[in-house]
Design a protein around this ligand. Structure first.
Ligand SMILES: N[C@@H](CCC(=O)N[C@@H](CS)C(=O)NCC(=O)O)C(=O)O
Length: 219
C-alpha cells in the first residue's frame, strides 16, 4: 500500500491521478501548505516538498519524475508507459524529465523570484524571462501534440499526459490563456478531464474544470 502526501493542486496532482488511473492501492494523506513547510516533514521529503510517496517498506520517494518512472515500472501491466527498456520508454523518460526539470523547474523559479534576486525590478524581470522560457517549452510540446498526438506518446495514453495536464493547470498567466494559445494542449487537458477514473480526484483538487488553480504570484 502506497502513501501519497498530497496538497490540493500542487505537484502531487499528477501522482494522485496516476494512482487512480492505475487503480493502485494507496492511502491519501491530504496536507496543508503549513504541514508541508513544517520541519518535521523534511524527514519524509528532504526539501520539504510534495509529491512524496511512501512505500510499503517504510521508505519514501520524492521528486515527481522519479515517482512517475517508479510507478509505471512497478505496475507495467497497467500500461501507463511504453514497455520498460524499449526505445519508446527512453523517449518517455526524456519527455518526463523535460517536463519536470525544465517546465516545472522554471515555473517554480518564476514563483520564487523574490527568493532569488533582491530588487523588485530584477524580480519582475526574472519572472518575465522565466515565464517566457516556460512558454517556449509549451511550444515544443504543442508541436509534438499537433504532429503526433492526441497524447504525448502519440496514440497511447500514458502517465506523461497526466503530468502535462498538471503543468497545464498551472498555466501562466492562466490555464485558459495557455489553452487559447496552444489548442492541442487544451485538447489534451479536456481529454484527461473526461477520463472517468479521474473524476473524483480532479473534483477533490478543484480542477475538474479549467481555472481551479489560483496562483496570484504567477501573473
Ligand atoms: N522537483 C520537485 C518539485 C516539487 C515542488 O516544487 N513542490 C511544491 C508544490 S508544487 C512544494 O511542495 N513546495 C513547497 C512549498 O511551497 O513550501 C518535483 O518534481 O517533485
Amino acid at each position: 500500500m502506497y502513501k501519497l502526501y498530497n496538497v490540493k493542486t500542487w505537484g502531487s496532482l499528477a501522482i494522485h491521478c496516476l494512482l487512480e488511473e492505475m487503480e493502485a492501492p494507496y492511502t491519501n494523506i491530504w496536507m496543508t501548505p503549513e504541514q508541508v513547510r513544517a520541519p518535521a516533514f523534511r524527514a519524509v521529503s528532504p526539501l520539504g516538498m510534495v509529491p512524496a510517496l511512501g512505500l510499503a517498506d517504510g521508505r519514501t520517494l520524492y521528486e515527481s519524475a522519479a515517482i512517475v518512472a517508479f510507478l509505471v515500472a512497478a505496475h507495467p501491466e497497467k500500461r501507463m508507459s511504453p514497455p520498460i527498456g524499449s526505445p519508446d520508454y527512453g523517449e518517455f523518460l526524456s519527455l518526463l524529465v523535460f517536463m519536470s526539470a525544465e517546465i516545472y523547474g522554471a515555473g517554480n523559479f518564476a514563483m520564487d523570484a523574490a527568493g532569488l534576486v533582491q530588487s523588485e525590478t530584477e524580480q519582475r524581470r526574472l519572472k518575465t524571462m522565466l515565464l517566457q522560457r516556460v512558454d517556449s517549452y509549451w511550444a515544443i510540446l504543442e508541436k509534438r501534440l499537433a504532429s503526433s498526438g492526441p497524447w504525448i506518446m502519440g496514440s497511447d495514453f500514458s502517465a506523461l499526459d497526466l503530468y502535462a495536464f498538471m503543468l497545464s493547470v498551472w498555466g501562466a498567466p492562466t490555464e485558459e490563456a495557455l489553452h487559447a494559445k496552444y489548442p492541442p494542449v487544451a485538447e489534451l487537458a479536456n481529454a484527461v478531464r473526461a477520463r472517468p477514473k479521474l473524476k473524483a480526484a480532479l473534483e477533490a483538487h478543484g480542477v475538474l474544470k479549467p481555472g481551479g488553480y489560483v496562483a496570484s504570484d504567477l501573473v
